[in-house]
Design a protein around this ligand. Structure first.
Ligand code: FAD
Ligand code: NAD
Length: 481
């Protein structure tokens, strides 16, 4: 990461602002731009040297850059034979791969800086804190020294989240760490141990397994992805172990130690026996926690729940006059697009408009190979709620485009209300699921029925035809299966 420039308050900052946003992640920066569009005088305070938050610096973007590089490497080594393409002498230059990732991050974080200038958003470098009604402190992040106090009508807290760890495990910033370190390992680990078979465990486990690391994932739960639709979890449990990722379920990790370059992790297995596993890198991926460090949230009258999330009402008001909060720091799924939409809705409420986020229509994607994507309810959720449903499921093995691509693992599953036919949930495991789920997210947002999708013309041959077939399947009339 670049060396921190000194904290800075723009010389032309107005004496009173309409809005101060604390944090420049996808929640904060998008909200600041929307506020500027609505005519507000807005400043965004960021403690880190670059804008864009977790997502652009150490999250979505760098992980996808590495997923893309490693997927190409894997494809060239293992999957070109059937196309008649013979390749030899393939090698990976990790330093170059990391440089490419860092360049993409630089371009995108620089892009946010450009957007701030274009929209007239004042960028303030420093640590933001709540100092009473309409007052935001700006301190030097290195020593906490107060540099300035900004006066504002409204304040939006968008301070995001930080990696969680477990009792008995301390990050050393090198061999034992979070996703941040795992995005920059200088060489391919011999044996990467990952705690947590969640999104980060699967995505970054895939990256390093493809590049040649032995990967062992210790997971507390008895199965993979229990929060996803049960058919998707079952399919994922078949696919990922075939990709060289070893899973140990029912593993309760109790601690980790490092000696030289060797890391030893202790855990209790399903029979409550103590086990150890050793490797050269440990990635702790057991979730993230809301970040309210140095914010002065409780002193300002904000309520934090048991897990540290800021409590908000339906307009994202955080309980103190003029203070709002959005994104990873409030309850809900931790996703960049959820943070963005909340940021826009919060600012629109401030402006007297009717901002709204439809939490049932937020797509959720895991960028493995194949990709996993879902929107709306799972079958388990519908069953628990006693909602009558019909379902259609179509496998990619029967889809012409997937066949042509040689990527036939997976299926599309659509759940629709048994009486109204309205789509309640949709789940895809398969090629390019991250892109094809968009159609179903729009369908859920528009309250579309399965029949609406089935009657919409889908180009041939495309992966999206599998969606149309699954929609036909809701009514038991698939053509190609
Ligand atoms: P953040 O992005 O965390 O931004 C908060 C910002 O506030 C940070 O820049 C921080 O420095 C700053 N800040 C905090 N406190 C202060 C303070 N007191 N003063 C000034 N500044 C402060 N989500 C997806 O949707 N898709 C993905 O593919 C995806 N991949 C991910 C991969 C990884 C490895 C990780 C870790 C996360 C990923 N996420 C993904 C989650 C996504 O990054 C977060 O949900 C998203 O960044 C949350 O946005 P936010 O604006 O709420 O907070
Ligand atoms: P996660 O919640 O997805 O997964 C954490 C996993 O760790 C779970 O399977 C959990 O059962 C397991 N776990 C918890 N405690 C454990 C213990 N003591 N021992 C063993 N296993 C344990 O969290 P994550 O993978 O760290 O990711 C954090 C957040 O970042 C996610 O909630 C997600 O919203 C976001 N993220 C999103 C994407 C994406 O959208 N593609 C990618 C990466 C991260």
């Amino acid at each position: 990461m670049a060396k921190s420039p000194p904290p800075a308050i723009p010389a032309d900052l107005p004496p009173r602002l309409d809005l101060v946003v604390i944090g420049s992640g996808p929640g904060g920066y998008v909200a600041a731009i929307r506020a500027a569009q609505l005519g507000m005088k807005v400043a965004c305070i960021e403690k880190d040297p670059t804008l864009g938050g977790t997502c652009l610096n150490v999250g979505c973007i760098p992980s996808k850059a590495l997923l893309d590089s490693s997927e190409r490497y894997e494809e060239i080594r293992k999957h070109l034979g059937p196309h008649g393409i013979a390749v030899s002498g393939v090698s990976i230059d990790v330093t170059k791969m990391l440089r490419r990732k860092d360049k993409i991050v630089r371009q995108l974080t620089g892009g946010v800086e450009f957007l701030f200038k274009k929209n007239g958003v004042y960028r303030v470098r420093g640590l933001g804190s709540l100092r009473g009604e309409g007052r935001v402190g700006v301190s030097d992040p290195s020593d906490g020294h107060l540099l300035a106090e900004l006066n504002t009508d409204k304040i939006l807290v968008a301070t995001g989240s930080v990696p969680a760890t477990l009792p008995g495990i301390e990050f050393d910033g090198e061999r034992i760490g979070s996703s941040t370190e795992a995005l920059s390992y200088p060489e391919v680990p011999e044996h990467l141990i990952i705690i947590g078979a969640g999104v980060i465990g699967l995505e970054l486990g895939s990256v390093w397994a493809r590049l040649g690391a032995k990967v062992t994932v210790l997971e507390y739960m008895p199965e993979l992805l229990p929060m996803m639709d049960p058919d998707i979890s079952k399919q994922a449990a078949k696919i990922f172990p075939r990709q060289g990722i070893n899973f140990v379920f029912n593993a309760r990790v109790t601690g980790a130690t490092r000696e030289g370059d060797i890391v030893t992790v202790r855990y209790q297995d399903k029979d409550d026996q103590t086990q150890t596993v050793t490797g050269d890198r440990l990635l702790v991926a057991v979730g993230r926690k809301p970040n309210t460090r140095c914010l002065g949230a409780e002193e300002a009258g904000l309520t934090l729940d048991r897990r540290g999330y800021i409590q908000v009402d339906e307009h994202y008001r955080a309980g103190a006059p003029g203070v709002y909060a959005i994104g990873d720091v409030i309850p809900g799924i931790m996703l960049a697009h959820k943070a963005e939409h909340e940021g826009i809705a919060a600012v629109e409420h401030m402006a007297g408009l009717g901002g709204h986020v439809n939490y049932d229509a937020i797509p959720n994607v895991i960028y493995t190979h194949p990709e996993i994507a879902s929107v709306g309810k799972t079958q388990t959720e519908l069953e628990k709620a006693g909602i009558p449903f019909r379902q259609g499921s179509f496998p990619f093995v029967a889809n012409g485009r997937a066949k042509a691509m040689g990527q036939t693992d997976g299926f599309v599953k659509i759940l629709a209300h048994a009486e109204t036919d309205r789509i309640l949930g949709a789940h895809i495991i398969g090629p390019r699921a991250s892109d094809t789920i968009a159609e179903l997210a729009v369908a859920v947002e528009f309250s579309a029925s399965a029949e609406d999708i089935a009657r919409s013309v889908h180009a041939h041959p495309t992966l999206a035809e599998a969606i149309k077939e699954a929609a036909l399947g809701v009514d038991g009339r698939m053509i190609n299966l």
